[in-house]
Design a protein around this ligand. Structure first.
Ligand SMILES: Nc1ncnc2c1ncn2[C@@H]1O[C@H](COP(=O)(O)OP(=O)(O)O)[C@@H](O)[C@H]1O
Ligand SMILES: [Mg+2]
Length: 360
């Protein structure tokens, strides 16, 4: 049978069904996860993104077995791992987990750290797997080194190797790069994604960094207050966000409250067609800062007069703060564009990319 026809290639690796999780007492606790259902396909890398406290880590802890399921069901490769009152212990689950702080054992060598947790395997097999992973992670030279002698990026790869050592069906990474500095983060992230994709293990990565989520995930799942609010490809999330919250999560926007009249929405930045929306509907119009074009005054009839309050040079981009009839809006221009405080310009919104949401 070819791989494409085998059942495991067709059915999802991880299935979460209606998971709800509360901490604390029934009357005074917090609902950390609220009715979450999610499937991850074999070979898929899913990124869960959302603000701090929205329930991301709790979800991973439930899959790994560090937290008992209270409501709903978790299955991996067709095997139910946990339901309310029934739970496979973490060490019996085909799940590898990597934590934010790497959690390496300081008294074990690199090889010892990677071998840890494989005790159920024959010695020779364990050794072979450790050697294979040292090779994959470009750590062979460091097999006998101790974690504190390694760089952050190397420690990261040891932690990943340990998570992969038992050949899990699922890899769970919780904020995997937050302990690394900005410069290192990019290169390590690319390296880790390459290793994970090559391994073909279904992976769930949790991050609060939307850019990281877009870069790593085939699919990005956005959580807000314990719930999934949208799950889609990075492009769709950016271009067609399901809510103002999702739109703002992935980039800075200008927002205007408006009311639909005669199939149109009039905003301070011009008119938007809104066919199909009944007159009187209150809406929020959002326009990404990079979708605002700045022109010399009077160049285009649809542009509106603005005055530059100040601008900040950010290298690749320049962020411009503008006065629009007394209120403040922002634009993001290429970094080389020179804009001076006090300058009179006109602003035009790319109306076809403006986003319209129910007023909230
Ligand atoms: N062990 C715990 N006991 C009580 N409340 C917790 C515990 N762990 C997390 N919480 C609460 O549950 C919510 C979700 O937390 P968490 O899953 O850690 O979010 P995230 O990883 O998205 O930041 C938060 O309100 C947090 O304060
Ligand atoms: Mg967390």
């Amino acid at each position: 049978m070819t791989e494409a026809l085998s059942p495991s290639a067709l059915s999802p690796s991880v299935v979460l069904s209606s998971i709800t999780h509360r901490y604390g007492r029934a009357d005074s606790g917090v609902t950390a996860v609220d009715g979450v259902s999610l499937s991850v396909a074999p070979r898929e890398v899913v990124c869960i993104v959302g603000p701090s406290g929205c329930g991301k880590s709790t979800l991973l802890r439930l899959i790994s077995g560090l937290e008992a399921v209270q409501k709903g069901e978790i299955a991996v490769d067709g095997q139910v791992l946990a339901t309310a009152g029934r739970s496979l212990p973490p060490e019996k689950r085909p799940v590898g987990m990597m934590f934010q702080d790497f959690a390496l054992f300081p008294h074990l060598t690199v090889a010892g750290n990677i071998a840890f947790g494989q005790t159920d395997r024959p010695r020779a097999e364990r050794k072979r797997r450790v050697e294979e992973l040292l090779e994959t992670m470009a750590l062979a030279r460091y097999a006998n080194a101790y974690p504190h002698t390694l760089s952050g990026g190397q420690q990261q790869r040891v932690a990943l190797a340990r998570a992969m050592a038992r050949d899990p069906k699922v890899l769970l990474l919780d904020e995997p790069f937050s302990a690394l500095d900005e410069q290192l983060r990019r290169s390590v992230r690319e390296e880790v994604v390459r290793i994970i994709r090559a391994s073909g293990i279904a992976t769930v990565v949790v991050t609060h960094d939307p850019e990281e989520a877009m870069e790593m995930g085939n699919r990005v799942v956005v959580m807000e207050a314990g719930r999934i609010v949208q799950a889609d490809t990075p492009v769709t999330l950016y271009q067609r966000p399901a809510s103002s919250f999702v739109a703002r999560l992935f980039g800075e926007v200008n927002r205007f409250e408006a009311t639909v009249r005669d199939g149109q929405i009039v905003t301070p930045l011009g008119r938007i067609m809104a066919p199909g929306l009944p007159g009187g509907t209150k809406v929020e119009v959002a326009c990404r800062v990079e979708d605002l074009e700045l022109l010399p005054p009077g160049t285009r009839p649809d542009a509106v007069p603005v005055r530059v309050r100040h601008s900040s040079f950010l290298g690749p981009a320049t962020r411009v703060c503008l006065d629009l009839a007394g209120s403040e809006i922002h634009a993001r221009l290429p970094g080389h564009v020179d804009v001076r405080a006090g300058e009179e310009l006109s602003a035009a919104m790319a109306a076809e990319r403006a986003m319209v949401f129910p007023a909230g």
